[in-house]
Every structure is written in structure tokens, then in C-alpha cells.
Write a protein that binds this ligand. Sequence first.
Ligand code: M6R
Length: 604
Amino acid sequence: MCGIIGVLGNHEVSPLLVESLKRLEYRGYDSAGIATVNNGKLDRRRAVGKLWNLSDLLVHEPLAGKSGIGHTRWATHGAATEGNAHPHRSGPVAVVHNGIIENFRELRAELAEAGITPETQTDTETVALLTRMFMDRGMDARAAAVETLGKLEGAFALLWLFDGEDDLMIAARKGSPLAIGHGDGEMFVGSDAIALAPMTDRITYLEEGDYAFITRAGAEIFDAAGRRANRDEQRIDLGQAQVEKGGYKHFMAKEIAEQPVVLADALRHYLPATGLNLPADLDFSNIDRIILIACGTAHYACAVAKYWFEEFARIPCEIDVASEFRYREPPLSERSLAIFVSQSGETADTLAALRYCSENVAKTVAVVNVPSSSIAREADIALPILAGVEVGVASTKAFTAQLLVLAVMALQAGRDRGQIDDATLAAHTEALRSLPGLLNQAMGLSEPIAKLAESLAEAQDILFLGRGPMYPLALEGALKLKEISYIHAEGYASGELKHGPIALIDRSVPVIVMAPHDRLFDKTVSNMQEVMARHGMVLLASDAKGLSVAGDGTWATLQMPEIAEPFAPILYAIPAQLLAYHTAVAKGTDVDQPRNLAKSVTVE
Ligand code: M6R
């Protein structure tokens, strides 16, 4: 979602702001803007659409100054127009904002009583208007910002800049992350460390409720109660913050290709030669229920993991999408273990679900890609998936890395509960260790898939079918395809086909069947036959054995390497991702930043 950058520098800041915003493009946005203070004078430039529009504007209407803030906006309140773009300004105040000010209507009413009328449709403008109102009443910038903060409800990260103040930014965090970067006589603020990576590797993360007065001399940080707070300065690994395409046409292509290495790294950590390696306080023996909660692709990773926890540990396991779970307020017990899966670790609904659980279950566990994220910090135990920065909006390497960590957890649960014998455990760990090699082989399908994708790109609707743990993979395949190619796609459990979706089948509907030759294979083949009997266009992804039994009469086949049955979804994620990727490329869509989508969904 929106991205924030702020710089109190020693050089002209506009180019740096735009460059930093480029590093935040991956979060998703539909307008952008910057404001600077030059010799005490505040000014701003904003443009709709991609950042090059803002760059073009700055060529014709440059903005001087060594202090500045910038923003990429993903529209929530009000359309993507220049007027609604950030920074929002009122008199001496400019502000950029991530998140939502939930009580902005009440605040507008309060402002109206004071004779102040907003000019935009945004919730953010309220912040600028309030701050100015307090300054008009005699407060200085610092006091006015703090007074404003006291009135705001919702989840937000805010950054203020002021006319007449060349050496001041005010930052605040409540619900949306914000990082302060330390330079030599320079200071920076970013909505994540990626934005700051070229400028500094010395970062301080603001905590929930913190606000900070930032000058070139440093940052004074206060907690929600207004007390001075000491927050650690950390060195971040700049390698981890690299966001280069590395010769690939798209980040998504690079991230798909990285998966063998990502899984090898995660295996080294979680499954070294000595066996399963999870924190000692993650103990499944006294648990009577597991709840897995997430959104989107991470939810489908949970759905796969349900099969594993039930099979390996024989433990009841529920899955839920976070946005439903949090408002359903389900009964919990002290013998439940709640697992929250999130690439970004900032997804608003998942975070809210975690907060709902935190007092009421035995333990909360976060499976995240960003170890400094809110979800990682608020859970009792955080397990990093070690996938490295994922830039493409469509999650790929995070999905398979989440699956790997969840598989190791399920095996550990089986062992803790005495449900898995040593031989089976050894066979499963061996199978997991073979994954990097197998994923590498599957990457060889990229070329044939690119050819098939030319036909798939013509389709209006595409169905994905799978059984057992391949059912959630069918859901994931459909999500991947629809989000980047904009083709309508649905995933179904193969057995559900004749309960409705078969009505859709005709010559024009490709049906992608993900089916390794496992114990349910024959049943899936029957479902596939039903599709072919109605002239459906079947694409079967299976291993050599499966294709020899059922490949005849299909529109196309993809030969996959053999894989131990439970872990097939990890391997078959590769063709699912490649099908989506190449179809989107064939259609010419914006693969890395598909329309309307944001990488990190920090609002409900
Ligand atoms: O950062 P998270 O894993 O919590 O994000 C959850 C979903 O928003 C995310 O997986 C989304 O569905 C992706 N666009 C899928 O490719």
C-alpha cells in the first residue's frame, strides 16, 4: 500500500525522494507526490499514475530544498486524483500518511464547527487541517502535531514537514510501520527499510504509539504516553534490502526462479543435518487445537498445512481468513495454538486476528518474511521464512517458503505428540530436503508453459482442480492467475466439480488439473474425464506415471518430477506460478504491479 519517505539531507532532496519512492513502487500505488522546504519555504508537487509522471512534472517545475517528504498513494478515501494525492497541505503544514484515519468524519465535523472546510475527499487532509488549526491557536509545530495525534483513531503512519522549519520532520506510528534512518548529519524516515537502503543501514523502528521529532542532529522518540523512549538502532543487512531485477524482465520472474535457493536456505535453517530445528518453546504436546489464520496466498499456505497437521500430528486444525476470524470472535481455549502466516507481517486483518488471540490461546506463532514486522513482534514466537525481499505483488517465493516452514512445524507437532514414527519422519525430512533440486527441474517447464500461455491468454474463464493438499494449490493457482492476468479463474476441489462448476465447461474453458500420481489420482482422473466428455480443454500437470495413465485426450500436459505425496503442493506451485506469469506476459499486463493491488495490505 502507500509508501512514505522523508529526508533531512545535505544535498538537493527531490531526486533522492523520487528515487526512494521508486523503491517503494512494489507496494502498489496510483499517485505520488513530494514536498520540500527550501530556505524556510514549503512547496509540493503531485501527479497521478506512475512515478515518471511526477519526474516529468519536476523537470518542468523543479522543487529545490534539502529537506523533504514523499509519498506513493494507494487510494482508499477518494479517487486517484492530483488533489487527493499526498503530501496534503494546509498553510504551514504538509503531511503524508499510510493507513486510515477511522474517525475522519467526526474530525471533519469538528473542523467545520471551527469554520474549516476540507478541499479533498481524503481522510489524510484532516491531519493537516487539525495541525494547522492548533498552530493558528498558538502552538508550535511539535505541540500541534502531538495535539493532532491525540485526536486520531485508526491505523496510521504519519510524517509532517513544516513551512519555516528546514530542520524538522515529525513522525508517528500507530498500526502502520515506520523506520527512522540515521546518516552522518542527515536523517531519514521510511515506511520500510527498503526505501532507506541506499542511504543508510542504521535503522530505528518506531514502536506502536511512538512519535518522534527528527532533526539532522538525531531523533527524539516518545511513547504513546508521551514519555521519552529509547528505541534500539539496528544495522540492517543491505543485501536483504536489495530490490534489483537481476537481469529478469520482472521481479515476479526473478522471485519464481529464486525458489530453489530460498528453500535450500530455509532447509539449512529449519532442517539441518541434526533434524528439525524449531524454537524449544514451540511445543505441541499439550495443545488440543491448531488455528491457522492469514489472508490471500498466505491463507492458501495455511490450507495446505491443515492437511499436514492433521496427517502428521492427528490434531484438529482450523483455518480461517483473518478478516472473517477477527469479527467472528470465535471461542478460544488455552490449549489452542494460533499460527499467523504473513509475508509482509503487516496485513491489517491478520494483525487484528493475532491481537484477538494473544490473551486467549496457549501460544501465538508468526510465520513471516519480515522479522521486524508488527506481526512478528507481537506474536509469542516468530519464525522467519527467510525468503528475502519479495517485490512482485503476486506472492511466489514467500508461498513456498511459508509451506516449507509449516511442513517442518507439522512434522515437529507429529513428533511432540508421538504420532509419527522415526522411519516416517526420516522419509518426510528426506523428501523436504529433495525439494530444491525438484523445484529446479520444474523450472525447466517455463518454456513450454510460455507457449501454452499464448492460448490461455485468450480465455475468459479458467478453472483449476486439485484434490487433497492439491486443492488449496488449485485455489492458489487461480488467485495467482486472476491477480496478474485479470482472467477470471476459480479453484475447486476436484470432487466438487459435479456439484455446480461443471455447468461452466465447454470448448472455451481451460481446466488446469494439478494431480501427482498419488492415492487420489484415479478419482481426479474421473473428474478430468467428465470435463473432457464435455469438450473441456484439459491441461494436466502430473508426473510421468500420471501422464502415462491419463495424458491421452488432454489439450496439453506438463510432466512434473516425482515427489513424496504430502509435499506435492510445494513443487506444483512452480507450474501454477509460471502459468500465471506467462499468461500475464502474453496479455501484456503489469505483472509486478497489477491494477488495484497492493503488496502489503495495511488497511482493512
Ligand atoms: O503479506 P501477507 O502475506 O499477509 O499478504 C496476504 C495477501 O494480501 C497476499 O498473499 C496477497 O493475496 C497476494 N497478492 C497474493 O499473491
